[in-house]
Design a protein around this ligand. Structure first.
Ligand code: SAH
Length: 289
């Protein structure tokens, strides 16, 4: 809780509270963060300006934050001074803590009477294991609240100038994970159904297996020349957006090694980017968004 924040995902960030007051929020009718409660909160895709007022309120009211690797250290600066920060992600080459260990830690802290903020990237219920953690809390009879966040599969697209839906390109969108719990390409997906059900497919954690996924989609009936856009570090100053096509996607990833975290968008929603890319280098000067 001192000095400058670090950008490294390998180390728990050293955090200096922003401590900006936010006077206009004082006295507003926020829900009270009670002792012994756990709030599972989504911090959004990265840019601090994309966190919600409830997320900010929780950061100002909690006793301890248990946060994931994907939470931008710049967001952790918004905690009240004196709050304990606990890292629950992969660190320094060591394996990730088991999901069960994280849930048990949340339960332990809540039973010790702490106000526990479980902070996750994006939205806690979107591929964020918020379901599993709240299930564990429910079974342990720990009271909890879920605070949704802007998920990378929607907010990340917005920062790339790609509307998730547009009446001229798609009336539906599919959210898909490129990993299952074992880290492999998900086995229990009906690829033919996914390939044909929606014009736009938004994929999380999909870079590693993109070649295999693209193959499965094409075998399922998807056009080989469908646009594929890879949005890395969405909403952050080092955001990077790369474009390819479905039939080239595997080779593209091998050659270009896109930085992660990344969202992969399949379909013609990406065509709008040429006109709607607003997140220019000039705008990236702004630390909040
Ligand atoms: N709960 C999170 C997703 C967690 S799964 C959410 O709602 O956004 C982790 C995956 O999310 C990453 O592998 C990546 O696919 C995506 N992701 C999260 N933050 C991202 C970012 N800033 N830019 C691009 N992808 C991101």
């Amino acid at each position: 809780m001192s000095r400058e924040p670090t950008k490294s995902a390998q180390q728990p960030p050293v955090v200096k509270s922003a401590n900006l007051g936010f006077a206009r929020l004082d006295g507003e009718a926020f829900p009270i963060f009670e002792a012994g409660w756990v709030w599972l909160v989504g911090a959004g895709p990265g840019a601090p300006g994309l966190m919600s007022l409830l997320c900010y309120h929780a950061m100002q009211s909690c006793d301890v934050v248990v946060y994931d690797a994907l939470v931008n250290p710049d967001i952790l600066r918004w905690v009240r001074q004196g709050v304990i920060l606990e890292y629950a992600g992969k660190r320094g080459g060591k394996p990730s803590p088991f999901q069960q260990d994280i849930s048990l830690r949340l339960i332990e802290l809540a039973r010790a009477g702490k106000r526990v903020l479980r902070l996750k990237g994006g939205d806690p219920f979107m591929f964020g294991r918020g379901g599993e953690e709240s299930q564990a809390l429910a079974m342990a009879k720990i009271p909890f609240r879920i605070v949704p966040g802007i998920t990378a599969g929607v907010g990340g697209l917005a920062y790339a100038g790609i509307p998730s839906t547009h009446r001229d390109t798609n009336h539906s969108v599919i959210f898909l994970t490129g990993h299952d719990a074992t880290g492999k390409m998900p086995a229990n997906v009906n690829w033919q159904a996914v390939a044909t059900a929606s014009p736009v497919i938004v994929m999380y954690m999909a870079v590693k297996h993109l070649g295999e996924i693209a193959q499965a989609l094409m075998e399922g009936g998807r056009a080989p020349k469908d646009p594929v856009t890879i949005i890395s570090n969405a909403s952050l100053p080092h955001q990077q957006v790369q474009a390819t096509t479905l039939d080239q996607a595997g080779a593209f990833v091998t050659k270009n090694d896109p930085p992660t975290p990344a969202i992969v968008v399949v379909g013609h929603a990406s065509d709008w980017r040429e006109m709607l890319d607003w997140y220019t280098p000039a705008l990236r000067e702004n630390a909040i968004g």
